[in-house]
Design a protein around this ligand. Structure first.
Ligand code: GLN
Length: 311
């Protein structure tokens, strides 16, 4: 099994190196603009602990919106289902940074994986803390999940986004006007920008995602969340993890997945695998062009899908 997956990963890495349509690297965050679109990495961790790595699987990159999965898990640990009074659970059908639904829906973001929703989650994680402590808590949580103490925030990316994140500041201000942001906009966006600037490799991300493949268990340390909570987070990743392309991602790949504009995707096959891919070029929806293609090939080769009895 493990050798077979490694063979599939090797084939995918070779195929991705030949691809000329690699998408466009995000430039709206200046710190991300200089990353080469030539990168491609992939890590697949099986439920049995087997690890298959390919390409730049051990090179850290900016996880960006993938952090929303870990921040959501932390916020649910703090306030439980009360979170759903302030954030919805429906796909938005809009771009990740859209503001259009917020007025009609009274400042309640559609889901925790669009920017507006993640900013509310950051506000929850900030309660009772200074921003530095809230970020420290999230980093410690991610290090614990990955069992890796080397994971850090890339301060240059955080600074770059703080200087240019006008849309996110607008979203936070708009929600504050509805009473759905409780701390100052500067503090909340500070937490949000720093969580997006966490650097991780595919291997570290796939390790951090293992609790979602194992019904809430982290293999080294035990229970992180209940089986029900893991299942629900997976459901949100499937329906909302790729913004307005979430339906297409479910159709093509059929796994819960969360993308980030750094070009990473974390994907989960419950009971089977925790997977991370990275290629910085993005498609029109802001999701990794080759990362999506690579996951599609992996799904085809293994039969892995939450919609299939095979595998
Ligand atoms: N930090 C990015 C932003 O707020 C995250 C977006 C993403 O990864 N889709 O714009």
């Amino acid at each position: 099994m493990a050798a077979q997956i490694q063979e599939i990963v090797d084939e995918i890495v070779a195929a991705m190196a030949q691809e000329s349509e690699r998408g466009d690297v995000a430039t709206y965050i200046p710190g991300l603009a200089n990353v080469s679109p030539a990168h491609f990495g992939m890590a697949v961790i099986g439920a049995d602990g087997s690890v298959a790595l390919g390409g730049d699987a051990e090179q850290p990159f900016s996880i960006q919106s993938i952090s929303k999965v870990f921040a959501l898990t932390m916020a649910l640990g703090k306030v439980g289902d009360q979170l759903w009074r302030r954030v919805g659970r429906e796909p938005s059908g809009n771009a990740f940074n859209s503001i259009v639904q917020l007025e009609a829906e009274h400042g309640i973001p559609r889901n925790p994986f669009i920017n507006a929703g993640a900013i509310v989650v950051a506000d929850v994680n900030l309660s009772g803390h200074m921003p530095r402590e809230a970020i420290g808590e999230l980093i410690r949580f991610i290090r614990f999940l990955a069992d890796d103490e080397t994971i850090v925030v890339d301060d240059a990316i955080a600074r770059s986004e703080t200087e240019t994140g006008f849309r996110n500041v607008a979203l936070a201000n708009y929600m504050r006007a509805f009473g759905n942001i409780r701390h100052s906009v500067e503090l909340v966006t500070g937490v949000y920008f720093h969580q997006c600037a966490i650097s991780m490799s595919c291997l570290q991300l796939a390790r951090a995602g293992r609790y979602l493949m194992l019904d809430g268990l982290q293999p080294e340390a035990g229970r992180v969340v209940s089986a029900r909570r893991a299942r629900r987070i997976n459901a949100l990743m499937l329906t909302c993890g790729h913004y307005d392309a979430s339906g297409d991602f479910a159709f093509r790949i059929g796994m819960p997945g969360k993308s980030g504009v750094g070009g990473g995707i974390l994907a989960v096959v419950p009971g089977k695998a925790s997977i991370a891919v990275w290629s910085p070029g993005l498609n029109a929806s802001g999701n990794s062009q080759l990362g999506t293609l690579a996951l599609e090939r992996l799904a085809q080769a293994t039969g892995w899908s939450v919609f299939s009895a095979r595998a």
